[in-house]
Design a protein around this ligand. Structure first.
Ligand code: PLP
Length: 313
């Protein structure tokens, strides 16, 4: 290690964890490559390489109005010298008064197009994608969330960073799951004696198990070192409740680090709940992946603070 190397590992010194024999380290991907925060840096990396090798001039993808992926894509485009096109779920009228996420994207050079809910639902449809490809012929089309096999391959590199800092001194990795592409990459790359646990942030997320199985098959690796906890979605994607809001407040105060309620908050909530109610994490050396996403607080922070104000009384 050189004098100037910044360690993205943060040890959590918590007597309650120590009492369960748990060692918790956080992999701070939120601070890893600041312009392109969190797991999105890894998900985009190989997509960007592929686009460059195949002569594309622009990158096109999909996302909601506060999408971490859209934000990362715009900044990645600027960083790596690509034009970017964002197809945003929302009404055209949003263009007149851009939210901070979309304003950042535009400032980074992204060209925005708005799709209403029924149009947006076609995002995976072959004909729709083919029409987009015809319209934006110089653009490499990346699925929502950066979740394709190239994205999974990039996420395999997350394990290299864990190993670099902790050697073999950990037992399991925990990560929030939206599409579970990040989890699939980690599962594929983990050494044999280690596990990865995902916390699904959306409701009815059983289908994620099939997604992970399919990714691993495509990579040609046979692994059963992973599982996804399905009960910590808190009501659905980007849905908040009082106990989640209260947990986040306590966790941030105790550990002087910032998390957000859509992904990392639900992961840590799930982890701490499991530490109380299940034996599976007892005595384990755990690496929790802080996947970033803090820019999204600009969309949901007010709602979170209101709930937290109530929680304290
Ligand atoms: C996109 C995102 C995730 C979800 O990653 P998947 O690979 O889709 O499971 C998790 N955390 C944050 C902060 C994200 O922005």
């Amino acid at each position: 290690m050189t004098l100037h190397s910044f360690s993205p590992i943060q040890y959590i010194d918590d007597p309650a964890l120590a009492a369960s024999g748990v060692e918790l380290n956080i992999l701070r991907l939120d601070r890893f490559f600041p312009p392109i925060s969190g797991n999105k840096y890894f998900k985009l990396k190989h997509n960007v390489d592929y686009a460059r090798r195949h002569g594309y001039q622009r990158l096109l993808s999909f996302g909601g109005a506060y999408s971490n992926h859209i934000h990362a894509l715009a900044l990645a485009g600027r960083h790596y010298g690509f034009g970017t096109i964002g197809l945003i779920r929302g009404e055209q009228s949003m263009e007149a008064n851009l939210n901070p996420t979309l304003q950042d994207a535009v400032d980074a050079g992204m060209d925005l197009h708005f799709l209403d809910r029924s149009q947006y639902r076609n995002k995976h449809d072959k004909d729709f994608v083919a029409r987009l490809q015809a319209e934006f012929s110089d653009a490499f089309i990346i699925p929502e969330g950066g979740s394709n096999l190239l994205g999974v391959k990039g996420c395999m590199e997350i394990v290299g960073h864990i190993q670099h800092h902790l050697d073999d001194n950990y037992d399991l990795v925990i990560v929030p799951c939206g599409t579970a592409a990040t989890l699939a990459g980690i599962a594929a790359a983990l050494p044999d004696n280690k596990q990865v646990v995902g916390v699904a942030v959306l409701k009815n997320a059983q289908f994620l198990n099939d997604e992970v199985t399919a990714y691993l098959q495509q990579l040609g690796v046979a692994k059963d070192n992973w599982q996804i906890l399905l009960d910590y979605h808190g009501g659905g994607y980007a849905k908040l409740n009082q106990s989640l809001a209260h947990f986040i407040q306590q966790f941030e105060q105790a550990n002087t680090l910032q998390i957000e309620p859509v992904y990392t908050g639900k992961m840590f909530y799930g982890l701490y709940d499991q530490l109380i109610h299940s034996a599976q994490f007892k005595g384990k050396r755990i690496v929790a992946v802080h996947t970033g996403g803090l820019q999204g607080l600009r969309g949901i922070g007010d709602q979170l603070e209101k709930l937290q104000a109530k929680a304290v009384g």
